[in-house]
Design a binder for this molecule. Structure first.
Ligand code: SAH
Length: 506
């Protein structure tokens, strides 16, 4: 079983970055033992212009048959025959997907600790699987991969026997996918769709398969026209689990379409419409609190760091007291959605001069962020690994140094009040941590102290007497120079350089 992933690149963005993304060094051959055999990862080519990673799975047919026995579906009755006529060792199949999920686990999640900006980049990709079992044939392959953003989907039916073309076609195809996608998205599609095409899921289906499907399907499955077929086959046609999956996908679609409703609510908030009558979503209350704090600080030039899909930017743009607005995010996709939401293409000259979107990471110092009155980090810090917080701290408070910094983050104590949140779960898949009020303060106080800021806290959402508000906001105000900036500062120098800036920000 064999799969190759090829990308092309340039001197600045070398194709060998693929090695970072896959967490497998291009110069080395990796061998990993898996439950059904041995997975090999190697790079037949690795230059700046072109890099190919190959995943080969050597299946141990004996282990496969043993595992199959007494394990429900795919088990006992035909296991004896399977030993002789099993195609598993030769054809890419659900086993390859299992290997993919194991060997490229971190890549599948879209994480890359060394180069956090890389996974967000859409790469020119070519994925080839020379022998792919496809029940439903090339037509189904096109129905499945067609809607997923590939420029080219090719599924060439393989003859049953090359020497006897008159015997017709086998149920195998040679699959080639070409297009610009994020690697994680491509891998997650394969992780789900290989077993779906194979349609012979070899292992016992447990209820947590639905969770796996939801995780791997994040961002593409809910809107896929074949989501019902995909769910049913992925879950080995288990009726109740399939029903559960389809219902959960429906909820995802509802949540996604909510975006437009949130926009309307935003506008309502802007116009100070009556917010008492219906419960205002937390996201809208957060924006309200942020806007109020920005106004109180008299900020005109504002950074929205980790701006996501641009809901706050839209509110800022709607208020003329904000003269310069910058949205930055590490995610290209989020920025694209933000650009669409803001209708950047169609803004008039004066409006478009007010706003800029930047791609960048808060884990790096960025000169473009200097010289602003305020920075907002709304529900962003919890998306960074805790080890990267010092880098973020330096980038924002040490280097950019706006007069005001607003940081919001969920209050984990409040989680017990969420009806739908199972105990011990964070609110969002991508949250690396969630803090209590005390933990938040324990982070914020020394940050303020280290960089010459004071900090105050504002509850966002209903402030529950026992567990506090759902979201907590820290308002940092710059009061002096960064004590860490110059090793031997003379008091006079610092007062003269900093005083005018204070005046502006106040
Ligand atoms: N501020 C928005 C979005 C919050 S979601 C809101 O309040 O709704 C968190 C956002 O942070 C995501 O868009 C994610 O892409 C972004 N993000 C995560 N890590 C980042 C980093 N290192 N640098 C910049 N943005 C980052």
């Amino acid at each position: 079983m064999f799969l190759t992933i090829t990308t092309t690149g340039t001197a600045e963005n070398p194709a060998t970055d693929l090695g970072f993304l896959l967490h497998k060094h291009p110069d080395r051959v990796r061998v990993e033992s898996q439950s059904h055999g041995t997975a090999h990862v190697f790079y037949p080519e690795a230059t700046a212009e072109r890099c190919t990673a190959a995943l080969m799975l050597e299946v141990d047919p004996v282990a496969l048959v043993r595992r199959g026995r007494g394990k429900g579906r795919g088990g006992a009755p035909d296991a004896a025959i399977a030993q002789y006529v099993n195609d598993r060792p030769y054809a890419a199949s659900s086993l390859l997907a299992v290997a993919l999920g194991g060997v490229f686990r971190t890549a599948l999640k879209g994480r890359c600790a060394l180069r956090p900006e890389l996974p967000e980049r859409a790469l020119p990709l070519r994925i080839e699987i020379p022998v792919l079992p496809a029940r439903g044939g090339a037509a189904l392959v096109h129905r499945l991969f067609g809607p997923l953003g590939w420029e080219q989907v090719s599924a060439e039916p393989l003859p049953l026997d090359e020497r006897f073309p008159e015997w017709g076609e086998s149920r195998y195809v040679r699959l080639v996918l070409e297009g610009e996608l994020r690697l994680a998205d491509a891998l997650r599609q394969l992780y789900v769709l290989l077993p779906v095409l194979d349609d012979a899921k070899h292992y016992w289906i447990s209820p947590d398969e639905v969770d796996k499907l939801m995780r791997a399907g994040d961002g593409w499955l809910a809107a896929h026209p074949e989501h019902a077929l995909i769910s049913s086959r992925y879950l080995a046609r288990h009726k109740r689990l399939t029903q559960n999956a389809i219902e959960r996908l429906e909820l995802v679609r509802l949540a996604e379409s909510d975006g437009s409703e949130v926009e309307e609510i935003d506008n309502a908030v802007d116009e100070h419409a009556d917010t008492q009558e219906r419960p205002v979503p937390l996201a809208a209350r957060r924006r309200e609190a942020i806007l109020a704090a920005l106004k109180a600080a008299g900020a005109a030039r504002v950074l929205d760091l980790g701006c996501g899909q641009g809901q706050l930017l839209q509110a800022l743009l709607g208020d003329v007291s904000f003269t310069r607005i910058v949205g930055m995010d590490v995610s290209v996709r989020a920025l694209q959605i933000a650009a669409r939401r803001l209708r950047l293409e169609r803004l008039g000259e004066r409006q478009s001069a007010r706003i800029t979107l930047l791609q960048g990471s808060l884990a790096y110092t960025d000169k473009r962020l200097a010289g602003y009155d305020a920075a907002v980090l709304s529900e962003v810090i919890e998306h960074l690994d805790p080890e990267r917080l010092p880098a973020l701290e330096y980038a924002v408070f040490g280097a950019a140094r706006p007069g005001t910094v607003l940081v919001t983050t969920p209050n984990v104590e409040y989680n017990v009040r969420w009806e739908t949140l199972p105990a011990g779960h964070v609110r969002h898949d991508d949250h690396r941590f969630e803090w209590t009020r005390e933990e938040f303060r324990a982070w914020a106080e020394p940050v303020a102290q280290r960089h010459g800021y004071t900090v105050a806290y504002v509850p966002v959402g209903d402030d529950d007497p026992e567990v506090g508000p759902p979201t907590q906001m820290a308002v940092f105000t710059r009061t002096g120079p960064d004590p860490t900036a110059t090793p031997t500062p003379t008091p006079t120098e610092n007062t003269t350089t900093d005083t005018p800036k204070e005046g502006e920000a106040a």
